[in-house]
Ligand binder design. Structure first.
Ligand code: URP
Ligand code: ZN
Ligand code: ZN
Ligand code: ZN
Length: 467
């Protein structure tokens, strides 16, 4: 299908530029850009023309941290690849990088194959995989090399969740050494899970069982300590490091110090840490369970450090850590014991809008919005410039965004397969209008026009952020 589309008159925003330009999309790629109202723009013709006057034209979002159908705490994240990628498209995200899981006692390949089977033919938008490494041994280390070669170039390890995903310092060091050698990027869940489990046990013994306690035992200092340790282990291994879901001021400080020393360490935060706080975890009638995730929500004071980190480039990426569990039947597993509440929040549909609101609130510039949500995640995980920007040759993953439309975020209107919204009732200005995935309209004037199976697996090169 060689349909050509021209998008005319919008303000094209990338990580580096803002220009009024017309865009020609052809055969799934961006074929040309030309300044609007010039002869060069008039020469761009196509079967279909979309008028974007008064709108932004931005690259499709790249969400580098999702968990569709993730097994956790005896249940599964409630979005499938079908429902979760459809919701992502609604929210202006056109690529996800999801986490395939290695189970203890099993191989990386086996886990990766299982995730391919869940995703293939079901996705509305393009997808790629990181690999969660939960069992470092000689075989695993060899498999890491093979995965890097075939486009799974990043590996998540956990300093938290002893007995489940946890790796000890020796296992972490060995995986980091391997990554230093094969070009892979280690992504770290940095919380001292051994110490946290002691505090969990002590809290439960005192009869403290409410969701609020989840935030108290998973202390900011234990995130900072683990972040520091991960940085030093990576330094010893000579490997770059990407710390996921950073939430604490003290952890940002560790990253900032290491970066000031010239170390290749990077940090990601998520909308929940920028917009929500321990106040939500303390909501009565067990409603706080809706906000249980790890790292946990922090007192509101931490938000300023996260925004500052995003502006100063001590934090580079905003992704969602989308890992939804319904309140009814799933979060409720932890009534009477906060440690049994499945960890994770929904958000894949909300990220682009919340960050646009952050632009209006003065936290980020428009270009930094696109940089943290599209371009840098694509570069960090080897997808650039195919994904994450609008330039000739790039995939035609393009969003027409109405910066003036007002909306109220609600579970009544969202498309994620979860029975609540973490941002219920929040008013934001800005809304996705039309979304192209490789030139195909998957959302058209606020109607879903995509289909399961349009999205394809996208192998990745190694991290391009180091060069
Ligand atoms: O609470 C969270 N973040 N759940 C998803 C798993 C993880 O640690 O990223
Ligand atoms: Zn994590
Ligand atoms: Zn996660
Ligand atoms: Zn299709």
């Amino acid at each position: 299908m060689s349909t050509r589309t021209v998008i005319r008159g919008g303000l094209v925003i990338t990580a580096s530029d803002e220009t009024h330009a017309d865009i020609l999309m052809e055969d799934g790629r961006i074929a040309a850009l030309a300044a609007s109202n010039t002869p060069a723009a008039e020469a761009l013709t196509a079967e279909r023309t979309v008028d974007a006057t008064g709108k932004y034209v931005i690259p499709g979002g790249v969400d580098a941290h999702t968990h569709m159908e993730m097994p956790f705490g005896g249940t599964f994240a409630s979005d499938t690849f079908e429902t979760g990628t459809r919701a992502a498209a609604w929210g202006g995200t056109t690529t996800i990088v999801d986490f395939a899981v290695q189970s203890v006692g099993h191989g990386l390949r086996e886990g990766l194959d299982a995730w391919h089977a869940k995703a293939e033919g079901n996705c509305a938008i393009d997808y790629a995989f990181h690999m969660i490494v939960s069992d470092v041994n000689e075989d695993t280390l060899k498999e890491m090399d093979l995965l890097v070669e075939e486009g799974v170039t990043s590996f998540k390890q956990f300093m938290a969740y002893p007995g489940v995903f946890y790796s000890d310092d020796g296992q972490i060091l060995r995986a980091m050494q391997r990554a230093a050698d094969n070009g892979g990027l280690i992504m770290m869940h940095a919380e001292n899970g051994i110490a946290i489990d002691v505090l969990v046990e002590q809290a439960l013994a005192r009869g403290e069982t409410d969701p609020r306690i989840h935030g108290e035992v998973r202390k900011a200092l234990l995130e900072a300590e683990a972040t520091h340790r991960a940085i030093r282990l990576a330094q010893v291994a000579g490997a770059p490091l990407y710390v996921v879901h950073v939430s604490a001021t003290e952890a940002v400080a560790e990253l900032a110090r290491a970066r000031d020393d010239g170390l290749p360490v990077f940090g990601e935060t998520c909308p929940q840490y920028l917009f929500l706080s321990t106040g939500n975890l303390a909501e009565p009638d067990f409603e706080g369970a809706k906000y249980v995730c790890s790292t946990p929500l922090r007192p509101q004071e931490h938000q300023a450090a996260l925004w500052r980190g995003l502006r100063s480039n001590d934090l580079q990426v905003v992704s969602t850590d989308h890992c939804p569990f319904c309140f009814s039947g799933q979060k409720e597993l932890g009534r009477g014991d906060f440690s049994r509440i499945p960890n994770g929040l929904p958000g894949v549909e909300n990220r682009m809008d919340l960050l646009h609101q952050a632009v209006l609130d003065g936290h980020l510039t428009r270009r930094r919005w696109i940089e943290t949500a599209c371009a840098t995640p694509a570069r960090m995980f080897g997808l650039y410039p195919k994904k994450g920007t609008i330039a000739p040759g790039a995939d035609a993953d393009v969003v027409i965004y109405d910066p003036a439309a007002e909306q109220v975020i609600s579970a009544d209107t969202h498309h994620m397969n979860v029975d609540y919204s973490a941002y219920e009732g929040k008013r934001v200005t800005g809304r996705v209008e039309t979304v192209f995935s490789r030139g195909v309209p998957v959302v058209t004037d606020r109607e879903y026009t995509g289909h399961a199976g349009h999205g394809v697996y996208t192998p990745r090169s190694t991290c391009q952020y180091l060069t």
